[in-house]
Design a protein around this ligand. Structure first.
Ligand code: LLP
Length: 419
């Protein structure tokens, strides 16, 4: 299997397409994705769970561009959504609503009604009040809402505090004790079909042990409920498996994750439960990159800066989490390196992609590749500083398609009025 981004004759390509060719034809900055890598990632995750009856509900928030959803739909994916907007996208891309789970701590009445009308597969309920509200709305519209209770297993995922979600101090899910009570309540509600329990303990996990610990806790809960006569049909273990951001960390492979999950789940498999997962980053992260052009360089007494035409509004992760993304020049990588801050044009010191990064010294006008940007890149982009969102390109072999055009200035002000 070849890497999605590789040099051929000192020119960085996505599959068979030189990135410089896309830059010349589409302009910079742009996001570019490898279709083959999306397929590789999905198939290896799927293969890791082989033998366990399972459903992969792709976390749409990681990348919700319609053409990316379509690739995953064609591979058989379901979806994990956190808003009606994501369901709208999923259906526009041709996704089956029956394969959708709806997560999130704050679903509105309007979102619940639209999701019930669409016939989604399951609501991942995060509080007692939400459970009652869902029952009330389902009865009012004459539907039965299939429900899974999101449990907060109080497990430390060991990841960045902003993307760690499985601790008691986080706003997500209900405690194990409350889940027992809610399951008993839920089993009696006429608008609710209690089908499962779920968790999502955090994102960019670099160990498998927190998954195994959280599964063990839910296995105990499911066994207890079974003794009370409450039979569940699935367990949903969320997303969270990390990817390689080029920091030298060792990330468990999907196969290693599969082994840990299989072991922890063993006591349940004889009970006939189906496994649901909600991977986001691991399916789309490595397939995507942001390509940007160097505008200017400057040096003062203490620092060297490389100013590029992409900014924090295009890829927010470094500014928000201090996250590391790999970087390479698009041509001639084998040059002497210098330490530089790679920064964008936005009027904030937080607008950086890297600080004191050793990179081949880049000339004005050169292209820079910022890798591992397929997940939480385009979906977190904004129009800050009235910057149009960048185009997105999908590569297949030696062909590419613009799957989302660059926003126009007119689109930026559409619908606004002065008085
Ligand atoms: N399921 C639920 C309920 C979630 O909240 C999330 C992500 C996922 C699944 C997918 O997790 P993944 O497999 O992608 O780790 N913006 C941050 C990541 C926030 C993740 C939020 N929840 C970032 O750029 O790192």
């Amino acid at each position: 299997m070849t890497a999605p981004f590789d040099y051929k004759n000192n020119e960085l390509h996505c599959e068979g397409v030189p990135l410089a060719k896309i830059a010349a034809e589409v302009g910079t900055p742009f996001y570019v994705y490898s279709r083959a890598d999306l397929e590789r990632a999905y198939n290896s995750f799927d293969a890791a769970l082989e033998g366990i009856p399972h459903r992969i509900c792709y976390a749409v928030k990681a990348n919700s561009t319609l053409a990316i959803l379509k690739v995953l739909i064609d591979l058989g994916a379901g979806a994990d959504i956190v808003s009606y907007g994501e369901l709208f996208r999923w259906q526009k891309a041709g996704g089956d609503p029956a394969k959708v789970v709806f997560s999130g701590v704050g679903k509105t009445e309007q979102e619940i009604k639209l999701a019930l009308a669409a016939g989604i597969g399951c609501f991942n309920v995060e509080s007692g009040e939400e459970l009652l509200e869902l029952d009330r709305i389902a009865l009012a519209v004459g539907k039965l809402a299939k429900v899974s209770l999101r449990v907060n297993p109080d497990v430390d995922a060991g990841t960045h505090p902003y993307i760690s979600t499985g601790l008691k101090t986080n706003k997500f899910g209900v405690s194990m004790e409350e889940a027992r009570d809610l399951a008993r309540t839920g089993a009696k509600l006429r608008g609710i079909e209690l089908a499962g329990v779920d968790f999502h303990i955090g994102s960019q996990l670099t160990k498998t042990s927190p998954f195994a610990d959280a599964i063990a806790r839910l296995v105990a809960l499911i066994q207890d409920l079974a003794k009370d006569g409450i039979k569940l049909t699935h367990i949903d273990i969320g997303g969270g498996l990390g990817i390689d951001y080029g920091k030298g960390e060792v990330i468990p492979s999907p196969a290693e994750y599969g082994v840990a999950v299989r072991e922890a789940l063993a006591p349940l498999l004889s009970m006939g439960l189906e496994l649901y997962t909600e991977p986001g980053r691991v399916l789309v992260g490595a397939a995507g990159a942001l390509v940007t052009r160097v505008l200017y360089r400057k040096r003062n007494e203490v620092k060297h800066f490389t100013l590029v035409d992409a900014a924090m509004n295009d890829l927010m992760r470094p500014a928000l989490y201090g996250s590391h993304h790999p970087m390479k020049p698009v041509t001639n990588p084998g040059r002497p390196e210098i330490a530089t801050d790679v920064v964008g044009p936005i009027c904030e010191t937080g607008d950086f992609f890297a600080r004191d990064r050793n990179l081949p010294e880049m000339a004005q006008g050169e292209l820079l590749w910022i890798g591992a940007a397929g997940a939480y890149g385009s979906t977190m982009a904004s129009n800050y500083n009235t910057r149009p969102r960048v185009p997105e390109i999908l590569v297949r072999g030696d062909k590419y398609t613009v799957i989302k055009p660059r926003e126009t200035y007119e689109q930026l002000i559409a619908g606004e009025r002065i008085s």
